[in-house]
Structures are given as C-alpha cells and as structure tokens.
Design a protein around this ligand. Structure first.
Ligand code: NDP
Length: 605
C-alpha cells in the first residue's frame, strides 16, 4: 500500500465516521405504540379484505400454526406432506402471504432472484415470469401453495392469538384469540414472521397533521388511485411526502414521481442502490432443468454468500458479485488477519465508489447527487437494487429533503425537516418494520406461557434459549420458525432457511407421532450446550459494525446492546447437516419424552 492509499483510506474512514455521527441523534429509534394507541388504529386497518363476523371456534387440532406468511405456509405444506391432518393457521391478516399480503405498494417486487426466492417451484411446476418477481406474482404463489395443500379452509383469518398457554394436565397448547376462539393443539408452530411489526417513527406532533397519511404496508389506493403496477392518477393534483429511503421507498418513489404533482422525499440515510437488471424469464429457461434444480440453485446462492467454494455462480447478480465479496471474501491462509481485513476494506471501498459514481452519472443536480451518496461500509445496511429510483430525482416535480437527523416534527399542513417547513396533501410512511432481530416474544405480539407458568418474555430476557433455534425449554411441543439472531440459520435469501426448518419441523413431528410420543421437553443440558455456542465473548456483529452508520442490521448503531445469547448459526450447510444427523439417529437427543399413556421418561438423549 502506498502513502497515497493510506491517506485515502484514512480520509474515507473519517468521512464515514462523520456521516455516522450526524445520524446518531437522540430519539432516533423512538417509535409509536401502534397497538396501544387507539388514535393510530387506522394505520393498521386491513385495506385488502373486509372484516367478517363469525362465531368463535372451539376445537382440538394436531397443529396450530401462528402466522400464515411464508414460514407458516411452508411449515403447513411440509406437515401435510408428512401426513398431519388437522392444522389450523391463526393469522391477523385477511388471507395468507404475510409480508406479501400486507405490502402491495406501487412498484413492489423482490430483489432476491425469483427462481431462488419463490419456494417449491418444482412442486407447483411453475416458472416465475421475471428474473425478479413483482409482489402480486409472489402473493399469488403463496395463495396457490396454501390452497394446493388445503391450508386455507381451516385457517382463522383476521384473528390474533391473545394467549398461548401450555396445559400440563392434557399435554396440549391452548390458544385463545381476539375473536373468542379457543383451540387446543398437540403442537404449536410459531411462524409470526420477521418483518411483521409495522414501524412508525415517533415524530413530534404526529397527530397534528390534517391531511392523508398511511404506511406503505397499508397503501391507500382509494386515495392515490392505481395499482401495484402504478397509474396513481389520484395524485395528479397532490403534493406528496414520502418518509424513508430504504427498499420500500426506492420501489415506490419512481411511481410517486411519475404521478404526483409534487413529491418530497425525506431521506435520513441514503441507501446503496445497485444495478438490478430485471428481465423476463427466457423462453428456454426450463428446458435443461433437472429435478432438484431449485434447491441446487438456492444452495449455490447461499454458498457464494457464505464463502463456500463453488464452480459456478448460477444467480450472478449484485448479491453474489458485491454483497458476497464484501461480507464473505474467501480467506487465503498466506494472508495475516490484518492483510485480510485490509483487502476486504479495499474491495468495500471499490464497491461503494462504484455506487457513488453511478449516482454522479445518473442524477443531474450535483447537490442532490451528493446527498444521495452512501458514505459507509457496504455491509452496514441492507443493499438495494433498482434501475429507476435514481432517475426519479431528475424529474422537475421531485425534491430530495436530506435530513440525517430525521423529520423534526409534523404540523397541521405538513412536515418540518432540515429547518424548513413543507406543506403537503399526503404523507407516505416508508419507515419499515421493527427489525428482524426483534425478540420472538415481541414479534409474537401476545403472551406465551409455557410449563409451570413460565413466560417466554421472562425466560428469554437475556436472549433466545433454544436447541437449533427451533425448540426451547419450558415450551414443550412448540416449534419456532427461523429468524435472525434466534440461534439458528440466517440466509440472505430467507426462503432457504425457512424451507430447511419447515422440513425439519415436519420430519420431527412425524417421527414423534410414529413413536407414540405425547410430549417432549428440551433438557436443560441440551439447551445450555446450544446456548454456549452463542454466548459472546468478543464484540457482537463483528468489530466493524460498531463504526457503521446506524441501521437495522447493527441494532441502530448500538451492537453492544444486543442480548448476550442473541446469535446466528453462520454456516448454513453445517447447520443442515447437523439437523439431518440429529434426525437420523432417531433418538431425539436432548429431548425428554413423555410417551402416550405413560409418565415422564426422562432424557431420551
Ligand atoms: P427500512 O427499515 O429498510 O427503511 C425505513 C426507512 O425509513 C429508512 O430510510 C429510515 O432511515 C427511514 N426512517 C425511519 N425513521 C425516520 C424518521 N424519523 N425520519 C426520516 N426517515 C426515517 O424499511 P423498508 O420498508 O424500506 O424495508 C423493510 C425491509 O424489507 C428491509 O429489510 C428491506 O430491505 C426489505 N425490502 C426488501 C425488498 C426486496 O425487494 N426484497 C423490497 C422492499 C423492502 P434510516 O435508513 O436512517 O434508518
């Protein structure tokens, strides 16, 4: 490295730290309590399906699945394949689909390749229309899966679990809901999702605003007109503000720019927006595909993202070309750790410079371009991929409001940010969701009471306590679907982790049933041993996250505040083998089993 290089590296690091400091302001993470404040109830109302009165349900089933999104559906599909008959999904939304049910904003699509994101393509004999799928195609896919495996007819939609309580006498879970239902079940699968808690920042005087406002996950098409594919003709005479510059905002902004009279974009932190290059699926895409092709493609993608060597990059996009390089550069034993980190930093700098150059080359106004440039290491925030977002800032009706400290306050007629007042007709909150690392006891949104009256929130007060991230002591016969920092796998394509765990859960339940097991409890030793793998001694999330721009990925700039036991199982392939080996012994190692019509048998492992 030359002296010039050294100087450049130092000045870019200083710039990154200065930009970080601008955003680490008091109140940054404050959010409003959407459940507790009735004045905000309209933000959560379901715009897609009418609420219908129905009588409360009272029955006993084999499995209750809490949540009908991707995780709940895939768990249900695998349980059906394993022969489980009586399954009830309990779901707050008016239908299946989870994220893809709620989010229907204009421009919605998935920036993970459709051929690896949409699960069970081979089972459905379906090939997605485009390299990256639009939201309506993804929702339709989940609806088809749920219908094909008979998961819809017994599902309770527009129904929220209020309490889930273990009954030691009957060895069953009792789920009570806000619709007066009372369902008992031998097993419960918690599949509440990882982006299920809509987030509205606590901006002072929020309820002063007299115009129209809504969150992107409850898009108000009655007001805007149009569909997920655009045509928002209701906005032709409207001045619109959108708060946020993340994945959702980037997809919605091109449509808002096209159709609004005037658009103000309130940006706190710029995103790194990479090249998307979407295109229709080639006519001959499926010609040479062999059975098992989708799992192979998903695992190839995962391998590259965790630096497991592969011969070919099947997906070959921004995730495998950029994200993988910056987060999982293969280590050459000839390098020292210092050399390795230096190389990673150089690659990171090149990637971010390429993103910044793209902005300079695309956005006409120099000041706007400068404000849109991301100054932080690439893995500090989830990257975006879009080809129309930056172009929107060349439209004469679009203005970027750069406000690193966030929107200051609302008024009756608009917003105040960066010291100026903006009058608008409508505010669109593209402010996202509580992060994936939010503990399960908060994401489930209700009280979960296990053996001996133990509360999930109390038992997990130092972080998750599990085996494999899937079962937890004091919560017998309960299975947890994966979530980052829940002691299980994390994959850049969340579908892969969900597919794997869904297959595991169904196989374990089938095997327990075959052996006549009435209930299982995770042993203390097995749980402690698994937790030990995650108990941190060093800095959490890698040292460099501590100097990152604050984001959902690094606990908003405070990674040290993460709970000691909150960890991820990094190597997906080792995890997969570990589960397969565990199942193959047939011994349920670490589980204490109660056989049908017998007493507790002690630790089977
Ligand atoms: P994000 O959390 O990613 O973004 C929220 C945005 O709101 C950020 O720009 C944030 O700024 C901003 N914000 C929050 N509070 C304030 C405030 N007080 N004042 C001003 N701005 C504020 O949410 P998204 O809905 O965009 O995305 C949610 C998740 O879904 C992410 O994981 C995203 O990547 C994913 N997603 C994936 C897509 C895909 O194609 N696969 C598509 C869309 C979303 P700051 O950055 O400073 O926090």
């Amino acid at each position: 490295m030359t002296a010039d290089d050294d100087e450049n590296a130092t000045s870019i690091r200083e710039k990154y730290l200065a930009e970080r400091a601008k955003r680490l302001v008091e109140g940054r993470t404050d959010i409003v309590d959407l459940r507790g404040d009735p004045r905000l109830a309209h933000y959560r109302r379901d715009p897609w399906t009418d609420y219908e009165d129905r009588d409360p349900v009272s029955d006993d089933v084999d499995v209750v699945i809490v949540g009908g999104g991707m995780a709940g559906i895939l768990a249900g599909v695998q349980l059906r394949k394993a022969g489980v008959r009586r399954i009830r999904i309990v779901e707050e939304a008016g239908g299946v689909g989870g994220t893809w049910y709620w989010n229907r904003y204009p421009g919605l699509m998935c920036d993970t390749e459709s051929y690896v994101y949409l699960p069970l393509l081979e089972e459905l004999d379906y090939i997605p229309k485009n390299r990256y799928a639009f939201g309506d195609e993804i929702l339709a896919h989940f609806q088809t899966l749920a219908a094909r495996y008979d998961l819809t007819q017994d599902a309770l939609f527009h129904t929220r679990a209020d309490t889930t309580v273990w009954d030691e006498g009957s060895l069953r879970w009792r789920v009570r809901t806000d619709r007066g239902d009372e369902i008992t079940a031998k097993y419960v699968v918690m599949a509440v999702g990882i982006l299920n808690l809509m987030k509205l920042p606590a901006i002072p005087d929020m309820d002063a605003f007299q115009g129209t406002s809504f969150h992107t996950s409850r898009w108000n098409y009655e007001y805007t007109g149009g569909t997920i594919h655009g045509g928002l003709d209701g906005l032709a005479d409207k001045t619109v503000a959108i708060i946020g510059a993340g994945g959702t905002a980037a997809q919605a902004i091109p449509h808002l720019a096209k159709d609004s009279k005037q658009l103000f974009v309130f940006q706190r932190t710029p995103s790194a927006v990479g090249w998307r290059d979407n295109r229709p699926t080639a006519d001959d895409f499926a010609d040479d595909l062999q059975p098992g092709w989708q799992r192979e493609r998903m695992e190839n993608f995962q391998a590259i993202l965790q630096a497991t060597p592969v011969d070919v990059d099947l997906v070959d996009d921004g995730w495998t070309r950029h994200w993988a390089k910056a987060t999982a550069m293969p280590f050459d034993p000839a390098w020292s750790m210092e050399e390795y980190e230096q190389r990673v930093e150089e690659v990171d700098f090149e990637i971010m410079e390429a993103h910044r150059r793209r902005i300079e080359e695309t956005v006409d106004d120099a000041a706007t371009a400068e404000s849109l440039k991301p100054y932080y290491r690439y893995p500090c925030k989830r990257p975006l991929f879009h080809d129309e977002f930056l172009l929107a800032f060349n439209e004469p009706n679009v203005e970027l409001v750069d406000c690193p400290a966030g929107v200051e306050r609302l008024t009756e007629t608009g917003l105040v940010a960066a010291g100026r007042e903006y009058d608008v007709d409508c505010i669109v909150y593209a402010t996202g969701f509580e992060p994936e690392m939010t503990p399960l006891f908060r994401r489930v949104g209700h009280e979960v009471t296990g053996r001996g009256g133990v509360q999930l929130a109390d038992r997990w007060s130092d972080g998750p306590r599990t085996l494999h991230g899937v079962v937890s002591r004091c919560f017998p016969n309960m299975f947890l679907m994966p979530s980052p920092f829940q002691q299980g796998p994390v994959t850049a394509n969340h579908t892969l982790a969900v597919v794997e765990v869904a297959e595991h859960v169904a196989a374990v339940i089938a095997s327990l049933e075959e052996k006549g097991v009435a209930a299982f409890e995770l042993s203390e030793d097995a749980e402690d041993a698994w937790c030990q793998k995650f108990l941190r001694v060093g800095p959490p999330l890698g040292a460099f996250q501590a100097s990152c721009t604050p984001s959902r990925i690094n606990n908003e700039g405070d990674p040290a505040a993460m709970k000691p036991l909150a960890g991820v199982y990094g190597d997906f392939f080792r995890y997969k083998k570990l589960l397969a080996d565990w199942r193959a012994t047939g011994e349920f190692e670490g589980l204490e089993l109660v056989k049908e019509s017998s007493q507790h048998e002690g630790d089977a492992g």
